[in-house]
Design a protein around this ligand. Structure first.
Ligand code: FEO
Length: 231
């Protein structure tokens, strides 16, 4: 290769490099101009700590507030079962006490499942005071009748949440809630079954002893089946 052709190749390479640099500078300039004129990013740059510039959460405020209300209901459920467990133990119904204690743990996992969902959706977890559970019940049948009516109310609340998620076309929340729909079917069926046995065998003497023993076994199964929720 002659000196002249080497010189020409160098010049061509130099021009290509200059053009490349010019193109990059142009793209960077237009990106900066777009950033400066975008109200969201301009706001972020001007006041990075202003909460108004927080990226929008993935679910609506209304949906988040309804899930927060459900967290409160689940925490109340846990508290409700804790109260019933204490009352059963005071009446020497150890199996019944263990069953309600296992339900307490299960309800805590329900609350934490929703808590985790809100955080994963970049929504705010707002914890409200939890209502006190009934201080006194009229015996084991009353405990399970209250349990059934409580779970029916929870089922209704879950169904309302599902309806709302569908209305908002919030597919993520709609799918998330399906687990709770299934769980409520199982919970109501279990309590119905216990109530049926109480009515059949009676809530006194031998019948009560038998049911209390059955509940001790069921408590172990509830505790073992409780879904692990990593918070
Ligand atoms: Fe979590 Fe039984 O409602």
């Amino acid at each position: 290769m002659t000196d002249l052709s080497v010189q020409r190749t160098d010049m061509r390479m130099g021009s290509l490099l200059a053009l490349g640099l010019l193109y990059i500078a142009f793209r960077l300039g237009s990106a900066a101009a777009r950033l400066a004129t975008n109200p969201y990013w301009a706001g972020c740059l001007a006041a990075p700590n202003n909460p108004a510039w927080r990226l929008p959460q993935m679910i609506s405020d209304d949906m988040a507030s309804r899930i927060n209300a459900q967290i409160n209901r689940e925490l109340f459920s846990a508290y409700f079962y804790l109260g019933l467990s204490a009352q059963a133990e005071s009446s020497n119904l150890k199996g019944t006490a263990a069953w309600f204690m296992a339900k307490h743990g299960e309800e805590m996992t329900h609350a934490l499942k929703m808590y985790r969902y809100l955080l994963d959706q970049d929504a705010i977890v707002a914890l409200d005071p939890v209502e006190a559970p009934p201080a006194k019940t009229a015996g084991i049948t009353d405990m399970f009748e209250r349990t059934l009516s409580h779970e029916r109310a929870v089922t209704q609340a879950i169904n309302d949440l599902v309806d709302h998620a569908a209305q908002e076309k919030d597919h993520a929340t709609h799918i998330f809630l399906q687990w709770f729909v299934t769980e409520q079917i199982e919970e109501e069926a279990t309590v119905n079954d216990i109530l049926g046995r109480l009515r059949l065998f009676g809530d006194q003497g031998q019948g009560l002893l038998m049911i209390d023993n059955e509940l001790a076994g069921a408590a172990k199964r509830v505790a073992a089946a409780a879904p692990a929720t990593e918070v």
